[in-house]
Design a protein around this ligand. Sequence first.
Ligand code: GTP
Ligand code: MG
Length: 327
Amino acid sequence: IIIISACNYYLMEEFELEDIPGVGRITAKKLRAAGIRSPRFLTMLNPEELMEIADIDNPIKAARIIREAKRLYGIEMKPISAREFKEEYLKWDTISFNVKALDELTRGGISVKELVEFAGEFGSGKTQICHQLAVTAQLPPSKGGVAGSVVYIDTERTFSPGRIEKIAERFGLDNALNNIYLFRPTTVTDLEECVFKLYNLIEEKNVRLVIVDSIIALYRAQLKGMEWLARRQQRLNYVIDFLKRYAERFNLAVVYTNQVLQQLNLPHITMKLPAGGNIIAHAATHRFLLKYAKDDTRIITVFDSPRLPRNASVQFRITEQGLMDVE
Ligand code: GTP
Ligand code: MG
């Protein structure tokens, strides 16, 4: 019942393709055939992309459709004062980890409209963090969540429904699995397709968090070697760029995991750094590095962030019920 009423509420303020001035029945049909059901999706495309997706051969027409769609939602490029921005930005919803140390480190959790990367070696807790957030995002704001559903893109085959249930039980959340939409792409092409096609789901199901675990594995496995490097980076960039657009337009948070590479090997220092080169380095708003501490304890460090202190770190535990504070 809750889901249905949420959808109705949402549909009330939604526009039809035909509401876009200049889009008649024929163009609307073409757009729908390409999977574009909502004018809102158009607002995040460039004319070149629209031409390609919807088989429109006139760049002027493609540009006009996008411009008019943006006008419907009042989206326009105009400056706001830094003060206005600050006020707006303080209102952005956050998804709490429900772990005191992690919430303190991140100043309240994961913010919508931002991309967050968790990098670390195997077993460092990346996937566990994803599971925890997939649950806490569903909690009501009074409990630190955003009462949204979650898209979970599992490229590593490590998503665990059992784990979700355990974590959900701890937070008194029923039906947590129903509000997680799982994709299991096996190729880079699958991943691209699922990311580009997310918009309908995001709109219909009130998705507030998109998780990709991991962002890099398929690219590293399938576009190997120096001869593919440029192509690999280009395709990776495109997927990440699309995630960024969703984050901005749909007011949702994006979380992805990354592997680490042994990069620095000096006589007394071995440092593992996040993989993915320049593209990944500049993509996320906040980047965190995870490391083993002792037993079930892990250390998380701010690797890069515009507002969190670099190198700040805290510890947390991985338990049967998900992430916990260290006593
Ligand atoms: P890779 O994906 O292999 O790179 O690692 P990761 O960083 O995603 O590691 P993950 O988040 O899967 O963390 C794995 C660690 O979580 C393991 O070392 C386990 O100690 C712990 N863990 C995983 N599942 C459970 C569980 O059901 N109960 C408990 N207590 N710990 C678990
Ligand atoms: Mg993992």
